[in-house]
Design a protein around this ligand. Structure first.
Ligand SMILES: [Cu+2]
Length: 310
């Protein structure tokens, strides 16, 4: 409904429903704990009002059982909610590895989305239903945040850093998406529509975008243009690690840590190669911070991702 106030957004995923359960249950518990107190206060104010002959002797009273119960019961309840909410949070942090990966770039003042096949869209996002979707987020200028109320998810898009969110929408439809971080004059217009589609409709939508070179293919081209291949391909005089099979694999670092080569690791390496030095290599890679646009960066990452599985 246009113009109508929405007090409770629609629910388009199992996790969103779970978030609602936590919110509703927590509200009910809070009401159970506070309403009796306010009723009792009102009763006492009435009973002991000025001029009323009530017993005001106020004898010492102590009841250990009552005191313990009003500490331990709320504590136990708080713990239950902590564990319940922490499990949802944990789910948010762990996208399934086979999730469809879509890139999102925030910039003043629009959202740009890039699909693995190279299809790009502005402020609209088409996704298939009943399939995990991972959105890799980045910002080209200031901090933005992608917010999709129907999925109860929100994540900052931060310049120079890769963040993500993921969801598994289970109800086809049109939902709103927003930028929820004040980002300048037209912040309020930085919004769009999420289309959750039947998988076959999504395929049809992708096909209707015309033939574009896949993101990975565009990335392969940039990989040569930015001179990455000069160091990273066989026959180079610089000893640089091969990037084939890198994506998703563990990387031993010079300082002893072992990290997984995910999207943010690869992006960090391209922008800030001096961080996360790799064991067994001389760090000779130049920083590409400021030299490469975010869309291109994501294309190169898509290329590295595509040779990660072959
Ligand atoms: Cu914004």
């Amino acid at each position: 409904m246009k113009g109508a106030l929405v007090f409770w957004p629609p629910t388009a995923s199992a996790r969103a429903a779970e978030v609602d359960h936590v919110v509703i249950a927590f509200t009910v518990v809070l009401l159970c704990l506070t309403v009796p107190i306010f009723l009792f206060m009102t009763y006492c104010a009435w009973k002991y009002r000025a001029g009323r002959a009530a017993d005001r002797s106020h004898p010492q009273a102590r009841n250990l059982k009552i005191e313990l119960s009003w500490m331990l019961i709320p504590f136990g309840l708080a713990l239950i909610f902590f564990v319940w909410a922490a499990r949802i949070y944990d789910d948010e942090l762990h996208p399934p590895p086979n999730a469809l990966q879509i890139d999102a770039i925030g910039r003043q003042w629009m959202w740009k989305f890039q699909h693995p096949g190279g299809q790009a869209e502005i402020n609209d996002l088409h996704v298939p239903m009943n399939e995990p979707v991972r959105i890799n987020l980045i910002s080209q200028d200031v901090v933005h945040a992608l917010y999709i109320p129907a999925l109860r998810i929100q994540m900052d898009a931060i310049p120079g850093r890769a963040t993500f969110l993921w969801f598994d929408a289970d109800r086809a439809g049109k939902y709103r998406l927003y930028c929820s971080e004040f980002c300048g004059t037209d912040h309020s217009r930085m919004a769009g529509t999420l289309y959750v589609m039947e998988p076959k409709d999504y395929e049809a939508w992708l096909a209707a975008q015309g033939s574009v070179a896949g993101l990975a293919e565009q990335g392969r081209e940039l990989f040569s243009r930015f001179g990455c291949s000069g160091c990273h391909e066989r026959g180079s005089t610089v000893r640089a690690p091969s990037l084939a099979g890198l994506y998703g694999s563990p990387v031993p670092l010079e300082d002893g840590r072992i990290v997984t080569a995910d999207v943010s690791y690869i992006m960090d390496k391209i922008l800030y190669p001096d961080q996360n030095k790799i064991a067994g290599y001389k760090q000779k890679m130049p920083s590409f911070d400021g030299k490469i646009s975010d869309s291109d960066l994501l294309r190169i990452v898509a290329f590295i991702r595509s040779i990660g599985t072959t």
